[in-house]
Design a protein around this ligand. Structure first.
Ligand code: FES
Length: 276
């Protein structure tokens, strides 16, 4: 009896604590993670907005061949490059591109978990009381729109292909495949960037499910060997999805900045062409 009364008292105490927003029994430094997320995601959002929307006001192509006007390096924020004549200069070519990878990222399961905690403090952390009195998950507008992630994924999976193509072209001066072959720091950066974004993309939970996650029986499935092998590979990437999310996000920003700095003559690219 005494033990039962003690348990009831403890449960009541816990209820009282959990009703107060931000209260927790946790003893660790749980505030550190949301703070780092605010700094990281905030810096990326600000930098990307500035870089993408400056467009032609801040050149994003480097190593331009004067004979053809084509560039060796193109910032990944602008890959593939769409130029539409007649639009005002402020209408950056990145606007045609970035909505796809950004909608993929902002609806990503990992990022949702992160920014719900860091920016909306709902919940502030695991086992930390949150402001909402009732829990509706993502069933109401606007959060129900997060379910569009799987559709964003169908669009986003083609972007690593574009990025690999851009990286491949960066090994030829002026991006002219079959022309003057060479290698520069920019070529390496663009290749690593494409690889990291591929690892992030194939580790997507929706993509893994799309490939084979919904199957009950591999043996009764067409292309079973291919699907199984892909599923196994994607599972490895999926296990580190959070890490790939951060590394690929930081690196794509670095790659964009690098191309801008070379394009604007702030730094010189170390390359075998010795021309820019
Ligand atoms: Fe993160 Fe799909 S990209 S879950």
């Amino acid at each position: 009896m005494a033990q039962a009364a003690g348990t009831t008292r403890r449960v009541r105490n816990m209820d009282a604590i959990q009703r107060r927003y931000g209260q927790t029994h946790r003893q660790d430094n749980w505030q550190k993670e949301p703070l780092l997320i605010i700094l990281g995601l905030g810096a990326f959002a600000v930098y990307t907005t500035i870089s993408a929307f400056l467009g032609d006001y801040w050149p994003f192509e480097a190593g331009i061949n004067p004979a053809t006007g084509e560039a060796t390096y193109l910032s990944p924020y602008f890959e593939p490059l769409f130029r539409v004549e007649g639009l005002p200069k402020w209408f950056s070519p990145a606007i045609w591109i970035l909505w796809a990878p950004l909608s993929f990222r902002t609806t990503c399961y990992y990022y949702r978990r992160s920014y719900y905690r860091a920016f909306f403090r709902s919940p502030p952390g695991c086992a930390v009381a949150e402001p909402a009195k009732t829990y509706t998950g993502e069933t109401n507008f606007p959060l129900v729109l997060q379910n569009l992630h799987r559709y964003a994924m169908y669009v986003a999976i083609v972007f690593p292909l574009f990025l690999f193509y851009g990286a491949f072209k960066s090994f030829w001066y002026g991006g002219e495949i079959g022309g003057e072959f060479g290698i520069g720091v920019g070529s390496i950066i663009l290749t690593i960037n494409a690889a990291l974004l591929t690892l992030y993309t194939i580790g997507c939970h929706s993509f893994r499910h799309f490939v084979a996650g919904g199957l009950n029986q591999f043996s009764a499935t067409p292309f079973r060997m291919v699907r199984r092998r892909l599923w196994e590979i994607f599972t490895i990437a999926n296990e580190h999805h959070r890490e790939w999310a951060w590394v690929s996000m930081i690196f794509v920003g670095v790659a964009d900045l690098y191309v801008h700095l070379v394009a604007n003559g702030v730094i010189t690219d170390l390359n075998t062409w010795s021309q820019f």
